[in-house]
Ligand binder design. Structure first.
Ligand code: ATP
Ligand code: MG
Length: 457
């Protein structure tokens, strides 16, 4: 088999020939040729690539298929970052990929992808796909220009144009370790700029999530969003309202749990995208600078934890975003009806979640503990008696305590309260009883009645 780097876009098998005929009929634009950057002229080394990804690439290549690494892993490797996951693109169909690997599963109904599994690592292997943005293919877009069909196999020349940013459209060829660059992506990486492939208005209308991806990559990679894309975001930001709420939860996680949450937040606010995601929170941020400071402190803290390899939970961040609007609504509910502060907070969080879920649908496993964490906040004011002492044993105490500490750092809970709950956790049971002014068990007035054991018969 000739070297795929040299054979460029020659089609060697029956599948490819059929594919080409089909594409011709659809009037696809002529394949352009890539700039090929040889191994000696770039810094992506095989040491940057996981062994599992290398195995997939080599086996595909040895079997006569084109095999490339593509997307974030090539971009990150060029930037000297450590790629976390590896995506493979090939001209083999999903069924052909499955035939090569025992450890392979095909997923997706609309567009089939091959997942090749090595222990806990999954190498996503996708067949080249054609973009849906051909003028002749109106049926592939809805009224707002969103892609509704994107399931046509294509060649690498077409696969390129359906990708979002030029920095995400670089292909690392396992045949000779060169990088294929159709869109000037290497230059944009050097310039640290985010450039959308094609016309920004069309590309953002096709998939409004790309606006969030722009912000996420700008924050994570310290790139600038080029002016034309910025302008287009300003024009189309409202389209985010049409994105399915479930898809936005995934995006929310990627934006705020990738180590650059504070910067992402600032950029989302700057581009007026945050209001699309969390409208009630955005309102409070505008009204109350102290709340804005609290949110930023929490995001900074999240970034610090991620940098230190500690875990983070989305329920905590959702709670942070909810705090001010929930508190405001709780006060209103309390003025209408007699209830405790905790009950009002829980009720308000429930109401607000109802509205919020229409924007970003958040799973119950996060929202239920989040409501509890917020509703527990008034209990920190209570520092005497058994109920106060038992609070330390509450299953949500730790989360509620961390949340209260953040509030205290932002000047919203007094330092004495924060210190009290920090100190008391270090105390022995006897010391605690003294601190909370709880009588010792010996002094308990109520006597337990002993049950007499029945004598064995
Ligand atoms: P990350 O480091 O966050 O994984 P990534 O660039 O790899 O970044 P993925 O979401 O894993 O992002 O997507 C892999 C690749 O698929 C992207 O690099 C891009 O080429 C393409 N892609 C993903 N989402 C879109 C989209 N909404 N529109 C166009 N192309 C996309
Ligand atoms: Mg990725």
């Amino acid at each position: 088999m000739s070297d795929p780097a040299q054979r460029g876009c020659y089609y060697t098998d029956a599948f490819s020939i059929a594919k080409r005929c089909f594409l011709k009929k659809r009037g696809t634009k002529k394949p352009s040729s890539p700039k090929i950057i040889p191994r000696s002229a770039h810094t992506v080394s095989r040491n940057d690539i996981s062994n599992s990804a290398l195995k997939v690439l080599y086996r595909l290549h040895k079997s006569g298929y084109q095999a490339f690494l593509v997307g974030g892993c090539v971009r990150d490797a060029l930037l000297g970052l450590h790629p976390k996951d590896f995506d493979v693109a090939t001209d083999a169909t999903p069924e052909e990929v499955r035939a090569l690997f025992d450890n392979c599963r095909l997923i997706g109904r609309r567009f089939r992808l091959a997942h090749v599994r090595f222990g806990r690592e999954i190498i996503e292997t996708a067949t080249f796909r054609a973009a849906a943005n051909h003028a002749a293919d109106d049926a592939a877009h809805d009224d707002e220009g969103r892609i509704i069909r994107d399931n046509v196999y294509g060649s690498i020349e077409e696969d390129v144009w359906r990708r979002d940013f030029t920095c995400n459209a670089l292909y690392y060829n396992i045949a000779d370790f060169s990088i294929w660059d159709y869109t000037n992506g290497v230059n944009d990486i050097q310039q640290r700029q985010l450039v959308l492939i094609g016309d920004p208005d069309t590309r953002l209308r096709e998939d409004p999530v790309r606006m969030l991806r722009a912000v996420r990559f700008a924050a994570k990679l310290d790139f600038t969003i080029v002016k034309s894309v910025e302008k287009s975001i300003r024009k189309h930001k409202d389209l985010l309202a049409n994105v399915p709420a479930a898809r936005l939860f995934d995006e929310f996680l990627k934006m705020f749990q990738a180590g650059a949450a504070e910067k992402t937040f600032d950029l989302l606010r700057e581009h007026e995208l945050f209001v699309q995601l969390f409208p009630a929170t955005d309102q409070e941020l505008n009204d109350d600078p102290a709340f804005a400071e609290f949110v930023r402190a929490a995001l900074r803290n999240t970034d610090r934890r991620i940098a230190a390899g500690q875990s983070v939970t989305p329920m905590f961040l959702i709670g942070v975003f909810f705090w001010a609007p929930v508190k405001r609504l709780a006060e209103i509910r309390r003025s209408e009806e007699k209830m405790s502060e905790s009950q009002a907070l829980s009720l308000a969080a429930y109401e607000l979640l109802g509205q919020q879920q229409r924007r970003i649908s958040m799973p119950k496993r996060f929202t239920v503990p989040m409501r509890e964490m917020l509703a527990l906040q008034p209990r920190f004011e209570n520092q005497r008696g058994k109920r106060a002492m038992n609070f330390l044993e509450h299953r949500r105490f730790r989360a509620a305590y961390d949340f209260m500490m953040l509030l205290s750092e932002a000047g919203q809970v007094d330092k004495a309260t924060a210190d009290f709950w920090t100190q008391v956790q270090k105390q022995s049971a006897v010391e605690r009883a003294r601190t909370f002014e709880v009588e010792k068990p010996a002094g308990n007035k109520r006597r337990r009645r002993r049950r007499r054991r029945r004598a064995p018969q």
